[in-house]
Ligand binder design. Structure first.
Ligand code: AMP
Ligand code: FES
Ligand code: ZN
Length: 285
């Protein structure tokens, strides 16, 4: 297949009815990200962005796109202490920072007294999520960043939506907004890639040789729902795009009940209990 410019194609999409080469694809991708950011007001040009990078393809694509679109950003990586995986991830974000000429900030979980490898198997993913959210927010606020950007893809959003609907956590759906404004000590959050697919992100980093590691976290469970989402897309082209847009609309329409903010007695961060989940974790070690 050939691109509209006549060169060999690297990307084909039935949803967009388009076939593109390695020179036309990055421009197309960046334009899609620019449009999502504009349509949903995800990030403002005046905001100082902390771009959270794991070392994987999605966050490497996000960092590239934000830089290309002229945002004022720095990279942020948490070394979770997951044996070889964390070493590879750190190497990959260091290469990314160098290739994009961006400042990289690294926080080591070990400096808080534990690593993800110290957590018992069943609780790994929940502890990891608690640590990431806590450290991203605290670092961003203390260093004067206006907004935290994460590279959640449309597959991530759909997955989160289905799982929370099935467990009856309707309130959680408001967390799926492409932008969540700052509140109390919580810094604003942006998901600039919420309409992008993993395949689109992978094509970008591969065509432009943007550094990333293909290694997956060894604790990541095989997710049957993710496979189901891919199966539905195969049978109904455009399902993911349409669904994620509907989720964004729904998330915007949900009125979250006014809640009285509590602060952790140990660290002072926002918490829904006397002691926040992160301090409970650090106390255990
Ligand atoms: P996950 O929670 O693993 O699904 O990752 C969601 C998003 O969080 C990624 O797209 C990244 O933007 C960010 N992220 C994940 N892991 C890290 C990490 N170790 N350091 C910094 N940001 C991360
Ligand atoms: Fe958190 Fe794998 S990245 S448990
Ligand atoms: Zn605390």
């Amino acid at each position: 297949m050939k691109c509209k410019c006549g060169r060999k194609a690297v990307f084909h999409s039935k949803v967009y009815r388009i076939t593109l080469c390695d020179e036309c694809y990055p421009k197309f991708y960046i334009e899609l990200v620019r449009r999502s950011i504009k349509r949903y007001g995800i990030v403002k040009k005046s905001e100082k962005v902390l771009a959270c990078v794991s070392g994987g393809k999605d966050s490497s694509a996000m960092a590239y796109a934000l830089k290309e679109l002229g945002y004022d950003l720095e990279l942020f990586h948490i070394d979770l202490g997951i044996s070889e995986y964390s070493k590879e991830s750190l190497k990959s974000v260091e290469e990314l920072a160098e290739s994009l000429d961006l400042n990289l900030n690294v926080v080591k979980l070990k400096d808080y007294g534990f690593t993800i490898d110290d957590i018992e198997r069943k609780k790994v993913c929940s502890a990891c999520g608690i640590a990431k959210r806590y450290l991203m927010n605290r670092f961003a606020r203390e260093r004067g960043f206006d907004i935290i950007a994460t590279a959640h893809t449309c597959e991530d959003i759909i997955l989160f939506f289905i799982k929370n609907m099935l467990s009856g956590n309707i309130d959680y759906i408001s967390k799926l907004k492409p932008r969540i404004d700052a509140f109390d000590k919580l810094v604003a959050k942006a998901k600039p890639l919420f309409e992008r697919t993993e395949k689109e992100n992978a094509t970008l980093v591969l065509t432009l040789n943007i550094p990333f590691t293909p290694t997956e976290c060894p604790h990541a469970p095989r997710d049957v729902w993710k496979e189901i989402i891919y199966d539905v897309e195969l049978k109904k082209r455009g399902f993911k795009q349409n669904f994620v847009r509907a989720i964004a609309k729904l998330a915007e329409s949900i009125r979250t009940e006014e809640w009285k903010v509590k602060h952790c007695k140990i660290c002072g961060e926002v918490s829904n209990a006397e002691i926040c989940s992160f301090c409970k974790l650090t106390k255990r070690f």
